[in-house]
Design a protein around this ligand. Structure first.
Ligand SMILES: [Fe+2]
Ligand SMILES: [Fe+2]
Length: 158
C-alpha cells in the first residue's frame, strides 16, 4: 500500500533513532557485564532488545507503505560510569517519547490509525524505559552510589 511520504520519512527518522539506541545500550550492557554488575547488564541488554523490536516493527511498516528503509545512525552517547549511563537512558528516552508523540500527531492528522496504534505501543515501552531510569537515579541519590552498585552484583553465580 502506498503510504504518505511525510509519514514514511518520519518512520525512517524513528528507525534511525532506534538503531542508534541499540548500539548505545549494547555497548553499555557489555560494560556493565565487564564490571560484574549483572543486574544492570541484564537490563541494558533487555532495553537493547526492546529497541530492536521497535526497529523491526518500523521497518515492517515502512515496507508496508512501499517505502525504502533509510538509516542514518546518530551520535552515540556512551556513559563512562553507571550514573552517566543511566542519565543517558533518561535523556535518550525522553527525546524518544517526544519524537513518538510528534509522529503520532502526524499519523492522526492523516487519519492513519494503524500507524497511530503501532507508534502508541512503542511510545508506552519508551515511557517504561524512562520510568526505570528515573527510579535508578532516585535510588542512587537516596542510598548512595556505592550501595546502589553493590546491589547490582546480586544474582551473579558465575
Ligand atoms: Fe525504542
Ligand atoms: Fe527506549
Amino acid at each position: 500500500m502506498k503510504g504518505n511520504p511525510e509519514m514514511v520519512k518520519v518512520l525512517n527518522e524513528l528507525l534511525s533513532d532506534e538503531l542508534t539506541a541499540i548500539h548505545q545500550y549494547m555497548v553499555e550492557s557489555e560494560m556493565c557485564e565487564n564490571w560484574g554488575y549483572t543486574k544492570l547488564y541484564a537490563y541494558f541488554r533487555k532495553i537493547a532488545m526492546d529497541e530492536m523490536h521497535h526497529a523491526e516493527w518500523l521497518i515492517e511498516r515502512i515496507l508496508f507503505f512501499e517505502g525504502q528503509p533509510y538509516i542514518k545512525l546518530g551520535e552515540l552517547n556512551i556513559g563512562a560510569t553507571v550514573p552517566e549511563m543511566v542519565k543517558s537512558v533518561a535523556t535518550s528516552e525522553s527525546e524518544a517519547v517526544q519524537a513518538y508523540n510528534k509522529a503520532i500527531a502526524l499519523a492522526q492528522q492523516i487519519q492513519d490509525q494503524g500507524t497511530v496504534d503501532l507508534l502508541t505501543k512503542i511510545l508506552k515501552m519508551e515511557e517504561g524505559h524512562i520510568d526505570w531510569a528515573e527510579a535508578q537515579l532516585d535510588q542512587i541519590e537516596q542510598m548512595g552510589l556505592a550501595n546502589y552498585l553493590s546491589m547490582q552484583t546480586e544474582g551473579a553465580s558465575e
